[in-house]
Design a protein around this ligand. Structure first.
Ligand code: AMP
Length: 648
């Protein structure tokens, strides 16, 4: 590897190019870099499987077609790209304390990529977050010796943790923002083929940065989305995809969810004719925001008409930046008001295309724990506006892109990008008797040995394991995916669920997915009576014997008790897991309890999480909780409860 005795920004750019060894080189290396350096770096890397340098030079690599050509090339050589990716990560970091424990006597530099892969996989053990946590805490406390990566880590991310009830620190580097940019550009390239948007158009984005803070050792910490929104890459993405977010940074970073949302709407309506698509990180955010819109619209129309800003928006930064943009527009205000009057009568069906008539699609994560919001999103999108499911990634690493934006969110797959990290896959087999998983938690899968990306099989379920450029080695992500096919040599994944069982009392075992299905079935009667389920969560209550499942629902609309009692019974009967059915029949699990909470309870829960450092952009309602504060909120706001009469 060439000696990079270059400092500052340039070093960062070059380091990144070497980390990824790909033709993104041209995107991230500024034009001012002399050709000699370009050639030097290029010649030091094994790029035989990439597009030849001469062709690369001729191409405008930021065009959509070139992005797609690049991806095809790395996907075709996925096995080799993966080995090279691992080699780069290990060559850079094998001297760090964590890897020295396992690779001390290994001559990493003189090994070819194939040999290194097999040594690495046989000598470095699988790890959970708990295994790496002591190192991450030492980094957070300011220790500067190389613990996980050779390059000092200056930033930590908080993964939302709401799926596991606890936030976790994960290292974050410039590589993280850059792969985010790559992901968004690649995804935008595929979307633009199917749903072309106007150059220079606007995006109505429901995005929210949370507070960044300093750890004990002075590192900045915050959520990955927050780091990204405040990064150079966020600006670059807008320039390179030629689509610009409606809201200035002051709105994204106000720290006040309601004030930000109000201003996202005001600016989104002000720019309505130019809005090309509506987006948020997770679908939940759009649904939640549109729920607020139903209350805000009159005030918004008043502000549009007068070029003013409601007195409820009190933060000075946000006020100045929004008032700088908007101008009085009586006609627009009248048009919005007339649309809303009609929409209000039809329960806001088709709200999005009515108010943003030039929007080509809605783009957000709609899979996994976002599935329960899909129905409501479809309602707001009406009959014709496409819903495009966004990419698959985590705070730890990006994983795959949606290459087929026209596929329905229910059937979307994610194609793994083999340059992002080194991926392994633990084959999972569902089995009947419960076992205790490696992390000590209950699990219902039997595992085989992990396989590399090139060895996965169609139809098989796997847990994803990551080795990243940011210091995670054979790290179990905890997500369960199924391989549905291949694009060239790289797998397409269907996201199934988080691995951990969420509801279990004795021999029963139900995942988030199982609970989603049960709630969907149980809420059919609600829909028939024109009410709707706003949100839900659950708890395995073992305080009294026998233990029982409690499902909390927030419902919009009037429903009589008779119907709610039926919903409760239907949910109890809809858990198909054999352990649950047997336990219910023998009364070793008691009747399911349905608790109806007051309107607004789930918003309070979200505010609780946001108050504790989560960001709206990454928030996911926990589908099962043992968190005492949360249970206290839920129980405090329970207005009715029912016990199932199934199994009588
Ligand atoms: P976070 O730690 O907050 O970054 O959340 C990452 C987790 O969100 C992943 O490990 C997945 O469980 C989930 N996730 C991310 N993207 C998707 C997606 N496209 N579909 C389903 N779940 C996703």
């Amino acid at each position: 590897m060439i000696n990079l005795m270059i400092c500052g920004e340039l070093y960062d750019y070059l380091q990144y190019s070497i980390e990824t060894t790909d033709i993104f080189f041209k995107y991230v290396v500024p034009l001012s870099i002399p050709n000699s350096i370009h050639n030097l770096i290029h010649s030091s890397l094994d790029l035989s499987f990439y597009i030849p340098l001469e062709r690369e030079r001729e191409m405008d690599l930021s065009s959509s077609d070139d992005m797609i050509a690049w991806f095809q090339e790395v996907a075709r050589n996925a096995g080799k790209v993966q080995r090279e990716t691992l080699k780069k990560i290990i060559e850079m970091n094998h001297e760090v304390e964590y890897l020295q424990k396992w690779l001390k006597d290994v001559d990493v530099e003189n090994m070819d990529a194939e040999a290194l892969q097999s040594v690495y996989r046989s000598m470095v053990p699988l790890a959970s977050h708990a295994d790496l946590e002591p190192y991450i805490h030492r980094i957070a406390d300011g220790e500067t010796s190389p613990l996980l990566t050779k390059q000092p880590i200056t930033t930590l991310s908080l993964s939302s943790g709401t799926t596991e009830g606890r936030q976790k620190y994960v290292p974050y580097t410039s590589h993280s923002s850059k792969t985010t940019l790559q992901t968004f550009k690649l995804a935008a390239a595929y979307r633009s083929r199917v749903y072309p948007t106007k150059e220079g158009g606007k995006i109505l984005e429901f995005i929210y940065g949370s507070k960044q803070f300093k750890t004990k050792g002075g590192l900045s910490a915050g959520t990955a989305t927050t780091h990204y929104f405040s990064s150079q890459e966020f600006k670059l993405k807008q320039q390179q995809t030629n689509s610009f977010t409606c809201s200035p940074n002051e709105v994204i970073f106000s720290g006040d969810y309601k004030q930000s949302t109000y201003c996202h709407f005001l600016l989104g309506l002000f720019h309505s004719p130019q809005v090309e698509f509506i987006t948020s990180t997770f679908a939940y955010c759009i649904v939640q925001a549109l729920g607020l819109f139903e209350d805000y619209w009159r005030e918004l129309c008043n502000d549009l008409s007068n070029g003013s800003l409601s007195p409820t928006i009190t933060l000075p930064g946000i006020r100045t930046s929004v008032l700088d943009v908007i101008k009085p527009d009586k006609n627009l205000a009248k048009w919005v008001a007339s649309q809303c009057e009609v929409l209000e009568k039809s329960n806001w069906y088709g709200l999005i295309p009515k108010l943003w008539p030039n929007a080509k699609y809605v783009y957000s994560i709609m899979t996994g724990s976002m599935k329960p919001y899909l129905e409501k999103l479809k309602h707001y999108a009406g009959d014709h506006l496409p819903l495009v499911s966004a990419e698959y990634g985590s705070t730890e690493s990006w994983i795959g892109v949606n290459m087929d934006p026209s596929s329905a969110p229910e059937s979307v797959t994610f194609t793994v990008v083999p340059t992002f990290s080194y991926f392994e896959f633990i084959p999972l087999h569902r089995q009947d008797s419960m076992i205790v998983g490696a992390a000590g938690g209950c699990d219902d899968y039997l595992e085989d040995d992990p396989v590399p990306l090139s060895k996965v099989k169609i139809g098989q379920q796997y847990e994803i394991v990551l080795t990243t450029f940011t210091g995670l080695y054979r790290y179990r992500l905890g997500d369960v995916v199924e391989v549905t096919g291949f694009y060239e040599g790289t797998p397409k994944l269907n996201f199934l669920c988080r691995r951990k069982l969420i509801l279990t009392i004795n021999i029963d075992k139900n995942t988030e997915n199982d609970l989603q299905l049960v709630v969907k079935k149980g809420s059919q009667s609600l829909i028939k009576s024109r009410a709707e389920l706003v949100d839900f969560t659950s708890h395995a209550n073992t305080t009294n014997q026998p233990g029982h499942y409690v499902v909390y629902w927030e419902v919009k609309g009037e429903v009589n008790e008779h119907i709610l009692a039926r919903c409760c019974k239907e949910m109890d009967a809809a858990f198909l897991d054999h352990g649950y059915v047997v336990s219910r029949k023998t009364n070793s699990i008691g009747p399911l309890e349905l608790c109806i909470v007051e309107r607004g309870t789930f918003r309070k829960i979200m505010e609780h999480f946001i108050g504790n450092g989560a960001t709206m952009s990454q928030f996911k309602t926990p589908r099962c909780t043992t968190n005492k504060v949360l249970l206290k909120i839920l129980n405090l706001y329970t207005i009715k409860s029912f016990r199932s009469t199934a199994y009588k």
